[in-house]
Design a protein around this ligand. Structure first.
Ligand code: GLY
Ligand code: MN
Ligand code: MN
Length: 466
């Protein structure tokens, strides 16, 4: 195989649990196809569907699978290579051999899937699907189920989504090992960038350093790195700016390791050797929010409360700078902190950097009791539910000074009792700061995944001054 697998028993055990939880019907898993960049045979790097990887492990394009929840039968569909393919790709294991490697005893050609589904449709059996996110898989599902693409949403199986989330949320020991490796590579990417970045460089030179370390570890990037002097723009992937003394550089990047597990870390540091006084002040606020949040991580804690605690530290910090005022708890309850902290505090991480996001935040980060808020700020919190042992998640508070948002709130005189708009002007061109680490929830608390990055002002200045 040109990819790594866990022990066969890992996959057979996962499928046994799923079969127990989905009592009847057919469960359909579509792996991903190669994805073309500009013509058929020029591909983006292949990324297998994470749910397919979780139950079948096979990191190869063009595969799909069925599990019959009634009979327990399992079958993998795919086409063996022709000699024309082998000329270009070299020999590869057959679909039968790949299936056997993950404990699946039946295999068939790709077009056999339609025959199985037709039979099930004729006998009015339930066909469980998860929401497809790639256009080609939407087209495939519509064709298989004889429905339009617009009708797919109504066919999605909530019991299947819940069953999958209920397995993938609890990381097994073999997964934690991989998560540790992915986070450690991610930390190495950040360390290399932190030593490398110098005034006068372009942001993209730092991006190159980050990617170099990932690739040198036989890893890929888990998302497009954000390396920017405009950290206030949350998902800023533009990297054409020159970085100047006096500015802050925000680096949000992670590795996807050779088992496809993700790391996701953020560091923010001065382009020059030292933070300015104002940068030090705001950095201290973010770090305090981070440390407060991390100290709260343990089973039973509502992650929404961790978010609120971090938000309160940001408000208190802004009050100490004279930029916010009033009762800190009331400011957070009203949502005034979202002038600086517009996003969530973290998300599940695993095979996906935002783990299982394709299955839907209401099922992954929330549940029937803990529902997502619609208030600006906390509406972007991807994870709100109680923490449990085995969860892996990020903690990533930040302060983002977005001039357009400041102007809009000021014009609306929004939260005037909590915000000192005159003093706010001192932060107009501040940019943004985020710190981010990855954790495993243990039976008693939380454990950092990977390696500890330098995070204090002293630690960072020691490296930047080296
Ligand atoms: N890298 C995107 C995030 O931190 O969620
Ligand atoms: Mn993140
Ligand atoms: Mn991140």
């Amino acid at each position: 195989m040109q990819f790594k697998l866990f022990e066969k028993s890992v996959y057979t055990a996962r499928r046994s649990v799923l079969k127990k939880n989905i009592e009847n019907g057919l469960i359909l898993f579509l792996g991903n196809e190669e994805s073309s960049i500009n013509y058929r045979d020029n591909w983006y790097p292949f990324r297998q569907d994470s749910t397919f990887l979780y139950y079948f492990g096979l990191n190869s394009a063009g595969l799909s699978a069925l599990i019959d929840a009634d009979s327990g039968d399992e079958i993998i569909f795919g086409n063996d290579l022709t000699i024309d393919d082998i000329v270009w790709t070299g020999p590869q294991p057959s679909v039968r051999e790949m299936a056997a490697a993950v404990g699946v005893h039946n295999s068939a050609a790709a077009n056999g899937l339609k025959t199985y589904i037709n039979k099930a449709l004729e006998s009015k059996r339930k066909i469980h699907i998860i929401p497809p996110y790639r256009p080609e898989n939407k087209i495939k599902i519509a064709g298989l189920l004889n429905i339009t693409i617009n009708e797919i949403d109504n066919q999605v199986s909530v019991p299947l989504i819940k069953a999958i989330v209920n397995q993938r949320s609890y990381k097994e020991a073999c997964e934690v090992e991989e998560m540790d490796k992915a986070s450690a590579i991610s930390a190495d990417m950040h360390m290399a960038a932190m030593y490398f970045a110098k005034p006068g460089m372009k942001e993209f030179e730092v991006v190159a350093k980050v990617k170099e370390v990932a690739f040198a570890n036989h890893a890929d990037i888990s998302f497009s790195p954000i390396v920017t002097i405009h950290g206030e723009t949350l998902h800023n992937v533009y990297s054409g700016n020159t970085i100047h003394e006096g500015q802050l550089l925000l680096c949000d990047a992670g590795a996807s390791n050779d088992m496809q597990y993700a790391g996701d870390l953020t560091s923010t540091y001065p382009v020059g050797k030292k933070f300015t006084t104002q940068q030090k002040d705001v950095y201290g606020i973010v770090l305090n929010a981070h440390n407060t949040a991390v100290a709260m991580l343990k089973p039973g804690v509502l992650f929404r409360d961790v978010y609120y605690a971090a938000a309160q530290k940001i408000v208190e910090g802004m009050q100490s700078l004279g930029i916010m005022k009033g009762h800190a708890g009331e400011a957070v309850a009203a949502g005034a902190h979202a002038l600086f902290f517009q996003c969530g505090l973290g998300h599940m991480i695993g095979l996906d950097v935002h783990d299982m996001e394709d299955l839907g935040e209401p099922y992954v980060g929330y549940n029937d009791v803990i529902k997502k808020s619609t208030q600006f700020g906390i509406k972007s919190l991807r994870l709100g539910r109680h923490l449990e042992p085995g969860f892996t998640l990020t903690v990533e508070p930040g302060v983002y000074c977005i001039p357009a948002l400041m102007d809009q709130w000021k014009a609306e005189r929004k939260f005037e009792s909590f915000i000192n708009y005159e003093a706010l002007e001192t932060l107009r061109n501040f940019g943004g700061i985020r710190v981010e680490e990855d954790f495993l929830i243990t039976n008693t608390g939380a454990k950092l995944l990977g390696k500890k990055l330098p995070m204090t002002v002293a630690e960072i200045e020691a490296i930047r001054g080296a």
